[in-house]
Write a new protein. Structure first.
Lengths: 303, 175
């Protein structure tokens, strides 16, 4: 393990977590095998036995305890999710830890650690304090980048879904839902780890939130001049941004749709990151509607 | 009379027992009166009826209260969730309602004979008619040749197949 490669550390931790999960799955399959083969001594049957859970299409509790955070109830959906995640890690290991074209963020048990490790990498290479660095996110036009970024300290991410609103890829803005679906796929991201020279830019999340609230109160939506018919249409054609200023919605990224539900560790449900998304509407509209990005939308809720 | 012990139920004498003088009558009823009243007991009809109604109403209210609680992974307050839904317990039916974006991936996994999803799906199909079938309430029935003469050979065959699929799963998990 090289000190200057914190990303390797994160990847190793993730692989160990998957190894542990597969070990628990293996144990429950062995228990099934021993029971069906009539071997002695037989394990004590419990409600969490694999054959009972398979019949109910439910995830065994023993798996859940060591699993990545998931909002899925059905075992079938969970196995699809697990299969996809294992494929991602196989590809990553096969590439011998060379830089991937794009990292699938939902595959990480702890995506926050991954994002921090990007900053740590630069921090250790250039020997600058971590507080003087920040990740900047740029929204791509494609859902998954297929080329490895050539610039230093830049990575591509994908696998996000926008809940409660639609994404206009042309204008790169959050817009009202055009259909009845609850989730829409969100384009990939380019993460650039930057040095911020002034302290204001490196504000803590609390400071950023305070600044955001102050700024937000100053922005007022300008009234569109009362022009009907063709004149109104001409206004639209010249660009609505000229009339309506572009606001920024500070959109949280959650791991699952469970968000802040009780019964789980609070830190697990805290937002992984906040992204600033452009919108013509007042951000309070999206805040009130709880618009957020999620890494794992439910498969059975009309995505 | 104050020192009289509680008298247990005696259906031949047409009663469900007698409480002691200071006993809580409601608790006594809860303990002694069955959910359904198969006996024609004289003198207690009103009490029994009201007790049964009370239990029924409490049950309905509890169900109503359950409906208002949303649980993670369930789609709405009226949804019983996959546990109670018969059609959602089948892997393939459950996956048919999945997101269209992942439809291609699911097909690919189901076509791949060694994928975890495919092996678990095969297990589910076989376990339904094996000795580990959860629908067999009485464990003795599983192996009684007098009870299920036609079913036993099929169960035996499926047990062997479950064992083979489980071994294939272990190979995949170790890979």
């Amino acid at each position: 393990m090289r000190y200057k490669a914190p990303l390797n550390n994160v990847i190793n931790r993730e692989l160990r977590a998957y190894q542990r999960l597969l070990q628990v799955i293996r144990e429950s399959v062995v228990e099934l095998l021993v029971t069906i083969d009539g071997a002695y001594p037989r394990p004590t049957p419990s409600e969490d036995a694999l054959w009972i859970r398979i019949a109910e299409n439910q995830i065994p509790d023993a798996w859940r305890r060591v699993s990545f955070q998931t909002a899925h109830e059905s075992l079938a959906d969970y196995l699809v999710e697990l299969g996809l995640k294992l494929e991602f890690w196989k590809t990553l290991v096969a590439s011998e830890a060379k830089q991937m074209p794009s990292y699938w963020l939902p595959a990480f048990f702890d995506p926050k650690s991954f994002l921090t490790s990007l900053m740590q990498t630069r921090s250790r290479l250039e020997e600058v304090p971590l507080k003087d660095l920040r990740n900047e996110y740029e929204i791509l036009e494609v859902y998954q980048a297929d080329t490895t970024p050539t610039e230093k300290h830049v990575r591509h991410l994908h696998g996000l879904y926008l809940e409660g609103a639609d994404w206009d890829p042309g204008r790169k803005q959050v817009v009202e839902m055009a259909s009845t679906r609850r989730f829409c796929p969100f384009p990939g991201l380019r993460v650039r780890t930057r040095r911020c020279e002034d302290r204001a830019a490196a504000a803590t999340p609390q400071e950023q939130l305070a600044n955001y609230n102050v700024n937000r109160s100053k922005v007022r939506k300008k009234k569109r001049p009362a022009a009907g018919g063709e004149a109104g249409a001409a206004d639209d054609a010249t660009g609505a941004e000229a009339v309506n200023p572009v606001h920024q919605h500070r959109c949280p990224v959650y791991k699952t749709t469970s968000r802040l539900s009780t019964g789980l560790v609070a830190a697990d449900n805290a937002p992984v990151e906040y992204l600033k998304l452009d919108t013509l509407e007042l951000p309070s509209k999206w805040v009130k509607r709880a618009v957020a990005l999620v890494l794992e939308p439910p498969r059975t809720e009309g995505t | 009379m104050t020192l009289a012990l509680e008298l247990p139920a005696d259906h031949s004498q047409s009663h469900y027992g007698f409480p002691t003088e200071n006993a809580d009558f409601v608790q006594f009823c809860d303990r002694n009166i069955p959910d359904s009243d198969p006996y024609d007991i004289f003198g207690f009809h009103w009490n029994i009826e009201s007790h049964l109604r009370r239990k029924e109403i409490a049950g309905i209210l509890a169900d109503l209260s359950e409906l208002t609680k949303r649980k993670p992974g369930r789609t709405g307050p009226n949804d019983d969730g996959p546990r109670k839904s018969i059609e959602m317990t089948s892997f393939k039916t459950s996956l048919r309602s999945s997101a269209s974006e992942s439809g291609g991936e699911i097909d690919r996994m189901l076509k791949n004979e060694t994928s975890l999803l495919n092996l678990f799906s095969a297990l589910q199909k076989l376990l339904g008619s094996s000795t580990l079938d959860g629908a067999i309430a009485n464990p003795a029935v599983r192996y009684d040749h007098n009870v299920a003469q036609e079913v036993l050979p099929k169960r035996d065959l499926h047990d062997k197949q479950v064992s083979e699929v489980a071994k294939a799963l272990l190979v995949q998990l170790d890979a």
